[in-house]
Design a protein around this ligand. Structure first.
Ligand SMILES: [Zn+2]
Ligand SMILES: [Zn+2]
Length: 327
C-alpha cells in the first residue's frame, strides 16, 4: 500500500476539502486555504477553441472546408457491433487487454489505518482520496500531487500508464448518475433493447475519465431530391464536436448523451481524484478517422431524416472534415 497523508488543517486540525477553483485545500472549520502545490501556479488554459466563421459571398455560404464528395462506406468495424453492449467492462477488458483486466480485477479492498482516529476502514485500492467513516476526515495517497506517479491500476486500455492532463470534473452524485442513466434508457428504448440495463445501472455503475478530442465537424451530403429536383445537398456544421479516442465504452451510446460542458475543462487535479474512478487511456490501435467516420455518418443520416424528412438510408455521397482543436 502506498504512503498516506492526512488532509488536515495545519491551523486548527480540522478536515480539509479540495477546492477546484482555488486549486487548494480548504478547511471546513476555520477557512484556512492551502494550495495543492507550493509552486502549482496557474492551471493551463482550457482547450483552445477558435472557430473559423463561415463567410457569405454574394448571398451564398462559402463552403471551403469539405473535400470532394464520395460514396459513404460505413466502417464495418467490430467495436461498433452492439454485442459489446452486453459485456461488462471487465469482460470487455479480458477480451481486449488481459494486462489491464488483471489490474482492474485486483484493484479491490484495502485496509486503511486512519491517521486521525486510529480506526481501520476498508477502501478500494484504486482510490486516491479516502474518507474515514469513524471520524469523517480525509486521507490522501502520498503521490497525489506528484505528476507522473499516477497508479497504473487506475488506467485501462492498451498501452502504458496514462495520465490525463485535463478533464471535466464530475459534479453529480452516484444517485443522480443512476437516475440520469435510467432516464436515458427510457428515452432510447431501442438502443438498449434486450439488455439488462437496469441491473447494470444499479450494480455496475462506475466513474470513468475517458479520452476525448474536440473538433469542428463540417460535412456535406447528397440525397435524392424531392419533387422535381434530382438532388438535395445538405451542409452540416457541428462546432465543438467531441469524439472518443478509445473504444472501451460504447462510443455510439456516448453520442446520445447530453453535450459535455467544455467550459468546465480543467487540469486533472486532486479535486477530480476523489472517490472510486478509473481512467481510460487513448487507444493507439484505434484510428481517429474510423471513429470520426462512423459517428459522423450517423449524424449525416439522422439529422437529414429528423430535420429535412430525407431517408437516411438514401444518402448517395458525402464529404467530411473534422478540424481538431488544439489541446
Ligand atoms: Zn482549520
Ligand atoms: Zn478516522
Amino acid at each position: 500500500m502506498d504512503e498516506m497523508f492526512a488532509i488536515k488543517c495545519q491551523n486548527c486540525g480540522g478536515p480539509m476539502y479540495s477546492h477546484q477553483a482555488k486549486r487548494s485545500f480548504e478547511c471546513a472549520y476555520c477557512g484556512a486555504v492551502i494550495p495543492w502545490q507550493a509552486d502549482a501556479g496557474e492551471p493551463k488554459s482550457a482547450l483552445g477553441i477558435r472557430h473559423t466563421p463561415l463567410t457569405v459571398v454574394d448571398g451564398l455560404l462559402k463552403l471551403t472546408h469539405v473535400s470532394q464528395l464520395e460514396r459513404p462506406e460505413d466502417p464495418d468495424w467490430y467495436f461498433f457491433n452492439s454485442h459489446w453492449r452486453n459485456q461488462s467492462v471487465l469482460e470487455h477488458l479480458l477480451w481486449e487487454d488481459r494486462g489491464t483486466a488483471q489490474e482492474f480485477q485486483e484493484a479491490t479492498h484495502v485496509s486503511i489505518p486512519c491517521p486521525f482516529c486510529g480506526a481501520s476502514f476498508e477502501g478500494e485500492s484504486t482510490q486516491r482520496v479516502f474518507e474515514c467513516p469513524s471520524c469523517g476526515n480525509k486521507i490522501g495517497i502520498a503521490d497525489l500531487f506528484k505528476p507522473g506517479t499516477f497508479s497504473k491500476r487506475l488506467t485501462m486500455g492498451v498501452g502504458a500508464e496514462y495520465v490525463p492532463e485535463q478533464g471535466i470534473p464530475c459534479e453529480i452524485t452516484p444517485q443522480q448518475a443512476r437516475a440520469n442513466a435510467l432516464e436515458l434508457v427510457r428515452r432510447y428504448p431501442d438502443a438498449f433493447a434486450g439488455h439488462d440495463v437496469e441491473d447494470a445501472i444499479q450494480n455496475d455503475m462506475m466513474l470513468f475519465y475517458f479520452p476525448m478530442a474536440l473538433a469542428d465537424l463540417r460535412m456535406m451530403a447528397s440525397f435524392p431530391g424531392k419533387g422535381l429536383s434530382r438532388e438535395t445537398l445538405v451542409y452540416y456544421e457541428v462546432l465543438d464536436w467531441a469524439y472518443p479516442r478509445a473504444n472501451y465504452l460504447d462510443v455510439r451510446l456516448m453520442g446520445i448523451l447530453e453535450p459535455w460542458d467544455f467550459a468546465k475543462v480543467g487540469s486533472f487535479d486532486p479535486a477530480m481524484q476523489e472517490g472510486d474512478f478509473r481512467v481510460v487511456s487513448v487507444d493507439a490501435s484505434t484510428k481517429d478517422q474510423v471513429v470520426i467516420d462512423k459517428l459522423a455518418l450517423d449524424i449525416v443520416g439522422n439529422d437529414a431524416e429528423t430535420f429535412l424528412g430525407l431517408n437516411k438510408k438514401s444518402i448517395r455521397t458525402w464529404a467530411r472534415k473534422a478540424r481538431k482543436h488544439k489541446a
